[in-house]
Design a protein around this ligand. Structure first.
Ligand SMILES: CC(C)(COP(=O)(O)OP(=O)(O)OC[C@H]1O[C@@H](n2cnc3c(N)ncnc32)[C@H](O)[C@@H]1OP(=O)(O)O)[C@@H](O)C(=O)NCCC(=O)NCCS
Length: 221
């Protein structure tokens, strides 16, 4: 599978909500997503898609939708040709407050976890935060969510206190995490190094045959 990131659009909300339902116990309404998507000067949302064929380069995607993919996708998916037909397997968002980029959400569909997609999304969110001129990143995460914390630690987020009983569903505390300034040569170098490793991993996964489970290949149902 080839995984790639795109800006989320309102057409994507339904698929994003399906992943959200499988990932979180408190959910956003479609209107909340619409509001966020209509505020691009402070909010950026992205989706990760999984394609069995290599996606066209980002700059070419718009025209290619009517060209090469127009001829390939009907054969693969049996319907209208569009990148919109390539399933969404993860999403995330970042919100700018003054010079702070707040990671508001990030999730990967359960059957696609552990393949580097969460990391790909976090990289996409860091790019969006840089584009919004954020100088530093922050987020809240459940104290029990060790998997997500590991991902954030890898990207230089560090614990900086808790918000007691932050989560209304079970009264769990939130761990607050912050990065160092993200525009410094030191952070940029760390990012470059992590990205090289991630892209090598994703290339390897793209070239490996998909495992067959119960006679069905993941992502093709
Ligand atoms: C957190 C989440 C987005 C990670 O996505 P993912 O695609 O499974 O993660 P990746 O495969 O990209 O792994 C990236 C890093 O995350 C951490 N990680 C992933 N799975 C892990 C596991 N099972 N145990 C410990 N750390 C893990 C590791 O640091 C990993 O880097 P490594 O491969 O070098 O060890 C995903 O687990 C998820 O959607 N969880 C539910 C929603 C959620 O909790 N979101 C966070 C809210 S704050």
């Amino acid at each position: 599978m080839y995984y790639f990131i795109e800006r989320m659009t309102e057409e994507d909300i339904e698929q994003v909500q399906a992943i959200e339902r499988a990932s979180f116990s408190t959910l956003w309404s479609a209107n909340t997503y619409r509001h966020e998507l209509r505020s691009p000067s402070t909010s950026r949302y992205i989706v990760a898609r999984a394609s069995p064929i290599p996606p066209p380069p980002r700059a070419e995607r718009q025209p290619v939708r009517r060209g090469l993919l127009a001829s390939l996708l009907p054969a693969l998916f049996g319907q209208q040709p569009s990148l919109r037909d390539v399933p969404i397997v993860g999403y995330g968002g970042v919100w700018l407050s003054v010079d702070e980029g707040h990671i508001t959400t990030i999730a990967v569909a359960p059957e696609y976890r552990g393949r580097g997609i969460g990391e790909l999304l976090l990289n996409g969110l860091i790019d969006q935060a840089l584009d919004l001129h954020a100088d530093v990143l922050t987020l809240e995460v459940r104290v029990s969510n060790v998997v997500a914390q590991q991902l954030y630690l890898k990207y230089g987020f560090r614990p900086a206190g808790t918000r007691p009983r932050y989560y209304t569903d079970n009264g769990e505390d939130a761990l607050i995490m912050w990065t160092d300034p993200i525009r410094t040569p030191a952070y940029q170098e760390k990012l470059r190094h992590l990205r090289e490793r991630l892209f090598a991993r994703l290339r390897e996964e793209a070239e490996a045959p998909e495992p067959v489970r119960n006679g069905v290949r993941p992502g093709m149902q």
